[in-house]
Design a protein around this ligand. Structure first.
Ligand code: ZN
Length: 313
């Protein structure tokens, strides 16, 4: 057992890079991992295996630096290999710092097989620091590194990028540090997939409240649902589909984070700047006949960051 198998239910959905690495996510990731420094959060609820995503992102960042080197100059591939970014884990950074400060003979987590696996995955072959879980223990080291020339990618358990941002604000109560360090958030979630064996078409009239909640302008919706059959044990669903969103800290958003703008307003601003949210992703799966309106409602409620300042809650 290790970090790559932390969730038993992960077998019910597949991480498909070709469904993930599409616009606007592709450009977003290129900007995130092309940045010289800063903090990138990778979030998902507990039923998502962030280890798989981290492996993908580690490979993506290596390729990214590889291709950018090629496009700039030199055809010296040996040199390019050498210049590939180094990957280190926060445990190594802390360990190094400890060694400098004191010659400690015990290594935190060395006996933990999960830690050993994590270390072996992200040995030093790139200069990005990957943090499996942004806990109170490592958050100050992470932010410090992000602000002093390192690119740091950190995992956080949250339903959406805005609830992830809320957690970050709780972990780092100084808004200027959050605003200055945060580059962006990659947020993942899943919706249940309609069972293909009992799928039926449903005409639905949205209420005004639902239209506002889903951000829709038409109230007539052609949707689908599973009637329930032997294949899906009567649930109407079979498997899950991974959905994602990318939240980017633009200069305007950075200023608003500094001013402690409530998260719900921050979301409106991000939408105006062109962000495609998890709710948009869930809605497009309703249009594609892959998930239900119930699932969209669940995502809408789960990803709502709340209207109040997180620090006063
Ligand atoms: Zn069925």
């Amino acid at each position: 057992m290790g970090w790559s198998s932390e969730s038993d239910s992960s077998e019910f959905y597949a991480f498909e890079p070709e469904r993930f690495l599409i616009p606007p996510m592709e450009g977003f990731l290129r900007r995130m991992f092309g940045a010289p420094w800063g903090l990138i959060l990778v979030s998902g609820p507990a039923n998502i295996n962030l280890g798989t995503i981290f492996s993908f992102l580690a490979n993506f960042s290596l390729q990214q630096s590889y291709y950018s080197e090629i496009s700039t100059e030199s055809n010296d591939f040996e040199q390019l290999e050498k210049e590939k970014r180094k990957l280190v884990t926060i445990e190594e950074v802390i360990h190094e710092a400890k060694q400098v400060l004191q010659s400690s003979d015990t290594e935190d987590g060395a006996d933990d097989p999960e830690e050993r696996e994590w270390r072996s995955h992200f040995r030093r072959n790139s200069d990005i620091i990957f943090i499996k879980h942004l806990s109170p223990d490592v958050v100050s080291t992470a932010v410090e590194n992000a602000l002093t020339g390192n690119l740091v990618a950190a995992g956080i358990r949250a339903e959406s990028s805005f609830t992830a941002l809320k957690h970050l604000q709780e972990l780092v109560p100084r808004e200027h540090l959050v605003a200055a360090s945060l580059m962006g958030i990659i947020a993942l979630n899943t919706v249940n997939r309609i069972c293909p064996h009992c799928k039926i078409r449903i005409e639905h009239q949205l209420t005004n409240d639902d239209m506002i909640l889903f951000g829709q302008t038409e109230n007539a919706v052609h949707s689908h649902a599973g009637a329930g059959c032997k294949e899906c044990n009567g649930t109407g669903y079979k498997g899950r589909i991974l959905i994602h969103e990318g939240f980017e800290t633009s200069s305007k958003i950075r200023t608003k984070i500094m001013q402690s703008l409530p998260l719900r307003q921050l979301r409106i601003l991000a939408k105006r700047e062109g962000m495609e949210t998890l709710l948009d992703a869930a809605w497009s799966l309703v249009n594609a006949g892959e998930t239900t309106l119930d699932e969209v409602t669940r995502i809408a409620e789960a990803t709502d960051p709340g209207g109040n300042d997180p620090k006063t809650q």
